[in-house]
Design a protein around this ligand. Sequence first.
Ligand code: HEC
Length: 124
Amino acid sequence: MVVGAADANASARPAPQTTAVPASIAQFRRPPAPPRAPEAIYVRTCGYCHGAHVAPIIRGRGLPAEMVELYVRTGPRGMPAFRPTEISPAELKALAVWVSQSKADPNERAPLDPIPAATKERAQ
Ligand code: HEC
């Protein structure tokens, strides 16, 4: 595919179809929710795994905000990805900065070692 050629045809493309929502349905639409505070998202969503014996501790490590954003959108390996409808772009920006600058919480717990200590002792 030639990218430049596709762009040259852009003006010839029909305008995207928009589906008008009848007023009878539109009245039930909720107004967009205000952005949630980063800490609230962290506690409710990230803290389900991070610092709760499941996923690595991410607070107090000065992780780059860009890295946090990348993990949240792509969800590598054992982590789920979060869509913009779940964590809005503005919320994610603020969350990533908050995680990056947050202090370590002494109550958080790293993932449990999957190999019980007794098994390790036997192996020695
Ligand atoms: C269902 C559990 C779960 C949830 C919820 C979750 N994560 Fe994760 N996350 C993981 C796992 C597991 C990893 C380790 C993936 C790997 O092997 O690199 C991870 C890795 C990360 C890393 C890289 C840490 C490192 O040391 O390499 C960041 C940053 C991160 N998550 C941010 C977040 C944020 C921010 C949220 C909340 C929006 C979140 N995660 C929600 C499971 C989760």
